[in-house]
Design a protein. Sequence first.
Length: 431
Amino acid sequence: MWVYVKDLKKHIGQEVELKGWVWRSRSSGKIAFINLRDGTGIVQVVVEASSVSTDTFQNAKKLRMESSLIVKGTVKEEARAPGGVEIHAKEVIPLQIPKEDFPINKPDHSIEYLMDHRHLWLRSRRQMHILNIRDAVLKGIRKFYWENGFIQIDTPIFTGAIGESAGNLFEIDYFDYGKVYLAQTGQLYLEAACMALGKVYNLGPTFRAEKSKTRRHLIEFWMNEAEVAFYEHEDNLKLQENLVSYIVKFVLENAAEHLHALKRDISKLEKIEPPFPRITYTEAVKLLQKKGFNIQWGDDFGGDEETEIAKQFEKPVFVTHYPRKAKAFYMQPDPENPDVVLCDDLIAPEGYGEIIGASQRIHDYNLLIERLKEFNLPIDAYDWYLDLRKFGSVPHSGFGLGVERTIAWIAGLEHIREAIPFPRTLYRIHP
Ligand code: ATP
Ligand code: MG
Ligand code: MG
Ligand code: MG
């Protein structure tokens, strides 16, 4: 019976078949040890010359790192083994034995070398743990929306309307239509969908030609965006803190072993629950100035500013009411002070930076036209978006959560590039 390593404990005393790859192996005259990995874990296989055929023992000795193989044997309880079990082999069947050394076989390869071999690096234990945490984050996101009555709307990748700043767009030639762009966000489409379905979300890749190299920016990254009709900014803040707390809890409940393996300080994650602290942009500027930052009211924050703000709190912190001019065209002005908008950035603790950008959206037709002009955007590309303000316009709000930023924070990764299977960065699109 074919079983996976993670399920071996349920099969103690039974004869099983394992399919996988050689993690490490060593042998002497009478005994061979194979550490077999199958994507769900690693188990030690013991091959004794005295209890297998000569063929099987010779096969076991021939194996080298990352050979593929099938093993048949008995599951034995073994307290000293990781996972508490080992396999006593009856048969070892090599499927393919590499002719060269596996390229990743040292503890000290450079990050460039590892990224050049990303297709093989994925087989490492560390990457296996990170990808399991990524999977848990994505499952947690979907489950949250499922439980809260949201409909998933898949927004397009090709778009004619700019959703964020014009500075980091990818242009594509699109048949007779001319220039279109890869989506920086699906927000505008979600706004249309929330007027049809009420509570909607998306989950998928977005693209930004980020020219700066930071440990928080990818060129292709995943976003989860949500948009809700009739939500004002206060409702939006609550939705964000509930979502983020839910994701963290879901990962703690379903992927704790992977967090432990990465030596993540779990106690920090256990503190993440609503409500999250809030400060206004104006208060944040004062705080930064007091700490010696050279920042003026009106500037957007970069990574260093965000890290300093986050230091004051154990939980993610909402920075609210940014200056209108520092943010995108679609944000609703604060009725009490039209120089700032009803928006927030959610900054993760421990220096992981902005994980969410959010706002209430402008729902007044004339005000939106005014803003499009102020931002020098082509009104005709937004005809359909303006229609949403002509037919039953209502206040509505939403946000975009950076999936890899969230993973980097939860898993405690130094750099965002490990949070996605095949990262696209300024200087890398291969493999
Ligand atoms: P930043 O200020 O860090 O550049 P942003 O304000 O430009 O981010 P938004 O337009 O608010 O980003 O996008 C929503 C979320 O998407 C961000 O809060 C962040 O978590 C994530 N994000 C934005 N740009 C990137 C990127 N280049 N790589 C990875 N995640 C990103
Ligand atoms: Mg940016
Ligand atoms: Mg930002
Ligand atoms: Mg933002």
